[in-house]
Design a protein around this ligand. Sequence first.
Ligand code: MN
Length: 243
Amino acid sequence: MRILITNDDGIHSSGLTALAEIAAAFGEVQIVAPDIEQSSMGHAITHSRPLDFRRTHIKGFEAFRVNGTPADCVALGSSLWEGVDLVLSGINLGANLGNSTWHSGTLAAAKQAALLGLRGIAISTPVARDEPDFEPIRRYLTQTLELLLPATELTLVNVNLPPLPRGIRWTRLSLRQYDGKVVVAKDPMGRERHWITVVPVVDAEVGTDRWATNEGYVAITPLLLDLTDHTALSRAQVQSDST
Ligand code: MN
């Protein structure tokens, strides 16, 4: 199996190296990742300038750093390296739960894989002040991949690992509350500056990704590319048929 590894934190992220090391047990690994951090870029692609890539080595893995977005890296990587089966994106240093998946560059890379007819899995873990300790999550991420890789019908999956996992749960996205908020702060000159930040959401709905990670479980959320509101569509079609 050929596994393309990417992320949105950039080629030098410790999460990227940890993921490549774990993925190497499952197949042939190649890293294609943004040359600088691209967090919260969502599914942006570069259309106004050419993409450039440079070969580098990350802990013995063949790697390429790209002057583009996570989605660019998947498009470029799967075009340059034939026979890619799977794209693993992460390990993102920061959770990607519920509504925040709309902005996530980590998930966008997995979505790009699914758009190209490949399989994509996004992998994230929360961070505090220091970089995460990958040792406690290594075993659970391996178990998660053992669970997901044979399930070829799952083409797009979002995985979040708590810092100290105690099990694995299948989940849905938490949609109770949007956690992005604009806050005002003063810069050293006393001028007002606005930041978009994340306000922690409490009381997640049972069965959701946020609930599972709050409870110490790895959250595996299968996703669809189809954004169609099928309930609304059926209702509208019934109404228009009756007129
Ligand atoms: Mn990130």
